[in-house]
Design a binder for this molecule. Structure first.
Ligand code: ADP
Ligand code: MG
Length: 503
């Protein structure tokens, strides 16, 4: 593994505040399990279907319908827990969280309050190359998603869409170990990356498949350390929870806003109320949704329709043995095996598809050169076309072919870029294209010399200037490159120019 420095965050000084304040943040991330069927019914989870197309009698809470646990969803929660180095609870249980809402036909949500399937784990959050922070994960529990009320389709009516009702969610609850807005975004980024590597959640935040409730409080320097020593939350400030955030940028903006709001209250002699707030991105502010006093009493109790969930250690071990290589391991392997900088390795491992593509290009070749071509040329070109790596018109073998031609000095770096563009737009075998279109680098000094002699003969004034100021020799190099259509070997040209100008 990489040698990482685990930094202790410095207090964030908020401009305009009388005192120094530190932020304390804990996240509850809801990640939709990538499963074709819902948590307790066989209904489809297909996104974008007609409203109420994905609804079984169980989801509609018809009388007498009973939930049946979907083993696949349980497996995904275990897989996620293992990837976060978390304790897996072989015995867990489901509870009913009771409340009334038109899009909740059962009148309760099935969740795991008292005995979650996954216990304590941790996430290593990357802050900058070489610098990381550990954020504790308190638990992961399985629960049902609710449906959706639609209020903006008709002036007089509201509609209910139950397609999401009963879809499996993993709620991943962090410890209040996150100390600033950037760190919160980095935590969600890392968690999303791990979930996508595992395939347990697609991490699509736009579709709401991953969303975060952000808990924010402020405290004076030193208080957090007291909390850490004692585990006593009373050393921390009163928190507010900002619900349902589904953008990294908005998470950061909401935390910034919320911190300033709380500081202004406390420095003005007031007290922060524990409440649930909503972030309004248009106004960049948070607004109260409900206070603790009006908070729901959910009357949690064990769901009598479901037996406790008992799983076997052997099954957990089986799942463990099929875990893929995870982002941290992959990144350090790329640094060690291919000699990449940690930054480049991070870029290449951000998505596992990118990493797979890179490895195919890099295997048996110069890793750094391969990384440069994948990151700078390929990613740049794909971005221009708004394409992802899976739609890349150039295959790893083709890009590898271009790199081979550079490594064997068959083509210059400049020609390689032209060649890349040809292969990208027209396809074909790079070596064949170079052959057919006469793109080979001219290393034959005779041909280069002839071109240079002609230029020297035609430009006596330039020769004189360059002899007095060696910096002007570059002009001759440029002229030779132009005359040879960029195919002259730059090293050979430089040498010859220097030689000839000496006289
Ligand atoms: P609830 O059940 O009311 O949602 P939890 O104790 O489960 O409360 O905590 C929810 C989240 O709030 C967790 O992520 C936790 O880390 C975070 N949290 C708890 N106390 C604080 C605090 N003082 N400041 C910021 N976050 C907090
Ligand atoms: Mg909560």
């Amino acid at each position: 593994m990489l040698d990482l420095t685990y930094e202790t965050p410095k207090p964030k000084v908020i401009a305009g505040a009388k005192h120094d304040w530190e932020l304390v943040i804990g996240l509850e991330v809801h990640a939709q399990v990538s499963s074709n069927a819902k948590l307790f019914s066989g209904a489809s989870t297909q996104f974008g279907n007609e409203p109420n197309a994905n609804v079984s009698f169980v989801d509609a809470a018809m009388p007498g319908m009973l939930p049946t646990i979907n083993e696949y969803c349980v497996e995904q929660a275990v897989r996620t827990g293992l990837a976060l180095n978390a304790e897996i609870n072989l015995w867990s249980a489901f509870d009913r969280k009771n409340y009334f809402y038109p899009d909740l036909p059962q009148g309760y949500q099935i969740s795991q309050l008292y005995h979650p399937i996954v216990g304590e784990g941790e996430i290593i959050v990357d802050m900058a190359p070489g610098i990381a922070r550990k954020v504790g994960v308190e638990r992961i529990h399985l629960e049902q998603d609710a449906g959706k009320s639609v209020h903006d389709m008709d002036p007089n009516m509201s509609f209910v869409d139950l397609n999401r009702t009963g879809v499996a969610l993993m709620e991943i609850v962090s410890r209040p170990d996150i100390r600033g807005p950037e760190e919160a975004a980095a935590y969600v980024t890392k968690l999303r990356q791990i979930l996508r590597y595992l395939g347990t959640c697609d991490g699509n935040m736009q579709n709401g498949n991953m969303r975060a409730d952000v808990n924010v409080s402020i405290c004076r320097p030193g208080q957090y350390e007291k909390y850490q020593e004692t585990g006593d939350f009373s050393h921390l400030g009163t928190r507010c929870e900002i619900k349902n955030m589904n953008s990294m940028r908005f998470i950061q903006m909401a935390i910034e806003y919320e911190a300033r709001r709380q500081i202004a209250i406390v420095e003005g002699g007031g007290k922060v109320d524990q409440e649930t707030r909503l972030y309004d991105a248009d106004k960049n502010e948070t607004r109260s949704m409900r206070s603790k006093e009006e908070a729901h009493d959910y009357r949690y109790f064990p769901d009598p329709d479901l037996l406790p969930l008992e799983i076997e250690q052997a099954w957990v071990d089986d799942i463990k043995s099929t875990l893929p290589e995870l982002p941290d391991e992959k990144k350090s392997r790329f640094v060690n095996d291919f000699g990449l900088s940690e930054y480049d390795a991070s870029v290449l491992t951000a998505e596992s598809e990118n990493a797979v593509f890179f490895e195919e290009v890099a295997n048996g070749r110069n890793g750094k050169l391969a990384a440069n071509w994948v990151i700078n040329e390929l990613f740049g070109r794909l971005k221009k076309d708004d394409k992802g790596i899976s739609d890349s018109p150039i295959s790893p073998a083709q890009l590898g072919g271009v790199i081979d031609l550079i490594s064997s000095d068959a083509i210059s770096g400049k020609i390689a870029k032209d060649l890349f563009e040809i292969v990208y737009t027209e396809g074909g075998d790079p070596a064949q294209i170079v052959e057919d279109r006469g793109m080979k680098q001219v290393t034959d000094t005779g041909a280069i010399e002839a071109a240079l002699d002609e230029i020297i003969a035609a430009n006596p004034a330039q020769v004189e200037k360059a002899q007095q100021n060696p910096k002007l020799a570059g002009w001759f190099v440029g002229q030779v490159m132009k005359a040879t259509g960029g195919k002259a070997n730059p090293k050979a040209v430089n040498q010859l120019v220097a030689q000839k100008l000496k006289g």
